[in-house]
Design a protein around this ligand. Structure first.
Ligand code: FES
Length: 360
């Protein structure tokens, strides 16, 4: 039965008022400084290249041996996030270990990531697991690529690579060779047979003597100081390899050159050596006590088990968190000065006072 006219008018007026009130509330929420509310699973960070906790599974479509003791894996998906030379991804191994590997394939291929790893028998287990357990036809889990070693524009480039440290450098070489830039490479390794990608690299540098390969069993260690002495002012120097090689390059760098280092082993970072303090996890509404002999990460994980981390040594950046209050005692060599203003790597860095507040 149809409603009487006055009652129908009342219903329409009430419905209209409710709709207006709902829109006003929505506008008010959107204009609020708290909007959008950060999800607890996705901590906000002060860095634009902040990793996400998103992972994806990729199929291993090819496993090759590009040099003695080195396995290369071709990982396929579809419409993968793009990457640039210098980028690396996190490999989440079946055992739970997480390891970083540079991408050494073609950034123009939207469906493939390629990584290579050298077997380190007495290492921490990541390379042993990759070599023993990852085979063609299996799936692996990764976190999307990040780039803390980007190729900057420069009038000239010197690349210095030691052994498997060639992996982030290889896509850079392809890029600068294709662009016609002025570049040189000093590439050292134990033996030529142990040095991956030699054929391709020597072809890239076939003209102009751009590539110097130094196999230790033939010619000893690469002379980084001599290579640096030949660079012109403004040259961008990129180095990845064992710590002694990176130390040698750092020590011999002439003025007026920019240095870019990529570390995949621990530097001098340490979380030890300061007194206890408190860490408030503002969004979780919890406070944890960090003892003198524990890391912030270890204490935080007791309350927030999903917090992301990987190397636990201050070189991968996975555990970076935004700091809202307190004086940070930075113990890493990874973050930039601007990142240090409002964020920290909680696996190694600590507090200079008695209390820190994290956006977590
Ligand atoms: S977990 Fe790698 S920097 Fe902290």
């Amino acid at each position: 039965m149809p409603l009487p006219l006055p009652r129908l008018r009342t219903v329409v007026l009430v419905a209209g008022a409710a709709l207006l009130a709902k829109r006003a509330l929505h506008r008010r929420i959107q204009n609020s400084p708290l909007w959008p509310l950060p999800a607890l699973e996705e901590p906000v960070s002060g860095h634009s290249e902040r990793r996400t906790t998103a992972t994806r599974r990729l199929l291993i479509t090819e496993r090759t041996i590009p040099a003695e003791g080195v396995v290369q894996l071709r990982l396929e998906g579809s419409a993968l996030p793009p990457w640039q030379p210098g980028a690396h991804l996190d490999l989440l191994l079946p055992s739970g270990l997480v390891r970083q590997y540079s991408l050494c394939g073609d950034p123009a291929d939207p469906d493939t990531y390629t990584i290579a790893t050298r077997l380190v028998e007495d290492g921490r287990g990541g390379s042993r697991e990759v070599h023993a357990q990852l085979h063609e036809g299996e799936e692996v889990e990764i976190r999307d690529p990040r780039n803390r070693f980007p190729l900057v524009g420069a009038p000239a480039y010197l690349f210095v690579a030691g052994g498997i440290g060639i992996t982030p450098i290889l896509p850079m070489l392809r890029s600068v060779a294709a662009s016609g830039a002025d570049w040189r490479l000093l590439y050292g390794g134990r033996t030529r047979a142990s040095m991956p990608f030699l054929d391709e690299i020597e072809k890239l540098g076939a003209e102009g003597g751009r590539v110097t390969v130094v196999a230790e069993d033939e010619a000893g260690h690469p002379d980084a100081a001599a290579a640096l002495a030949e660079t012109a002012e403004g040259t961008a120097v990129y180095c990845c390899g064992p710590e002694p090689l990176m130390d040698a390059v750092t020590a011999a760098l002439p003025p007026g050159r920019t240095l870019h280092l990529e570390r995949f082993t621990a530097g001098a970072a340490s979380s030890a050596g300061s007194g206890p303090f408190e860490v408030e996890l503002r969004r979780s509404g919890r406070t944890v006590r960090v003892a003198a002999d524990r890391s912030v990460l270890a204490a935080v994980r007791e309350e927030v088990p999903y917090v992301s981390y990987s190397c636990e040594q201050g070189f991968c950046g996975t555990c970076q968190q935004r700091v809202l209050e307190g004086e940070i005692d930075h113990r890493d060599e990874l973050l930039t000065d601007s990142e240090r203003n409002d964020s920290m790597l909680i696996c190694v860095s600590r507090c200079r006072g008695e209390r820190l507040v994290l956006d977590l």
